[in-house]
Design a protein around this ligand. Structure first.
Ligand code: NAD
Length: 327
């Protein structure tokens, strides 16, 4: 399966680290970095190109929106990041203005079947904004959603029970934010339910089963902790972006908790949030309706309402942006 071109818009900590991760993993044949701070994008492209002799060849450049015309995947990371104490939703007003600028440049320059992957926060609300502004089919407008949160939860459980994170199967669903839901009813370790695994656990005194809610609370607060310590999160999200990019560019049919429009699953409609979906060359090709517990479904519906209200308050009720729509 041929790899393709990806564009990363926003060459800040997240965008540059995502591009570097894609470069290291040979995820795309061609990568272009775009940032309103053109020097930053150019400097990052040069810096990465200087290491190209250590890597399989990738055409890596900095550029502008006309360089998106042949890109199969556009990764949107432009915009303000959380400062200590800020929630993701606090960024909405600022990042809507950034997205107005980005989309007015990007949409006239999209390839016919391009996939969009929003990473900028609040990612679910902005994914829905991109969907509405672009008029693209919902399957092609993804958000990185809870792909990162799912990885954090796998790691937290794996650390606790002393196994490789890749042997833990679980999902974080709903909002990539304060109402994210851990789907413990769908959690398994190498094919066994967590309680079955724990019954055989050789670790004396392991209390993973009783600590699940606590582990999830820690995961939900993980970004706040990292931001308080070092000002930003960018490595793990870059790996999450790379995972979605390789699934899409290589048509891997990988099950990932990307954010996208929900059109009736579990009685939820017209809101973007994360549920496990099959990601391939067509973007989000299918949604998997996992049988979650009653409590998880109630929490998922609450998460949907929080996103919907943020969209209504932040997007629908704001003054119309002074730019046209794409269609
Ligand atoms: P950053 O400040 O390091 O970088 C942002 C970049 O966006 C800057 O280089 C800036 O010049 C650029 N930019 C701003 N306005 C622009 C415009 N109009 N056009 C083009 N480029 C523009 O921030 P960061 O740490 O890279 O974070 C970026 C976003 O990613 C934030 O919203 C952050 O909250 C989000 N994030 C998401 C996740 C996730 O899992 N979804 C994880 C971490 C961070």
């Amino acid at each position: 399966m041929p790899k393709k071109k990806a564009a990363v818009i926003g060459a800040g900590l997240v965008g540059a680290t995502a591009a570097f991760t894609m470069l290291m993993n040979n995820t795309a044949d061609e990568l272009v970095l775009i940032d309103v701070n053109r020097d930053k994008a150019e400097g990052d492209a040069l810096d990465m190109n200087h290491g190209m002799s250590f890597l399989p060849p990738v055409k890596l450049t900095s550029g502008w929106y006309e360089h998106c015309r042949d890109a199969a995947l556009i990764v949107l990371t432009a915009g303000a990041a959380q400062k200590p104490g800020e929630s993701r939703m606090d960024l909405l007003g600022r990042n809507l203005r950034v997205f107005d600028d980005v989309l007015s440049n990007l949409l006239p320059n999209l390839a016919p079947n391009a996939l969009l992957l929003t990473v900028t926060n609040p990612v679910d609300v902005l994914t829905q904004y991109v969907l509405e502004r672009s008029g693209l089919p919902p399957s092609r407008v993804m958000g990185s959603g809870t792909v990162l949160d799912t990885s954090r939860l796998k790691w937290a459980i794996a650390e606790h029970i002393g196994l490789d994170s890749r042997d833990v199967k679980t999902f974080v669903i709903g909002e990539h934010g304060d109402t994210a839901v851990a789907a413990f009813s769908a959690t398994a370790v190498s094919g066994m339910r967590l309680d079955e695994y724990c019954a055989q656990c050789p670790q004396p005194g392991c209390d993973a089963l009783t600590r699940l809610s606590e582990l999830h609370r820690e995961v939900r607060g993980a970004a706040y902790d990292v931001i308080a310590k070092k000002g930003a999160t960018h490595y793990a999200v870059a790996l999450a972006v790379n995972r979605v990019a390789e699934a899409a560019l290589n048509d891997q049919k990988a099950v990932l908790t990307v954010s996208g429009l929900i059109e009736g699953a579990y009685g939820i409609k017209d809101v973007c949030l994360s549920l496990p979906r099959v990601v391939g060359a067509g973007g989000m090709e299918r949604l998997l309706e996992v049988p979650y517990s009653k409590e998880e479904l109630a929490a998922l519906r609450h998460s949907a309402e929080v996103i919907r209200e943020a969209y209504r308050g932040g997007v629908t009720r704001r003054e119309a942006p002074d730019i046209g729509t794409f269609l």
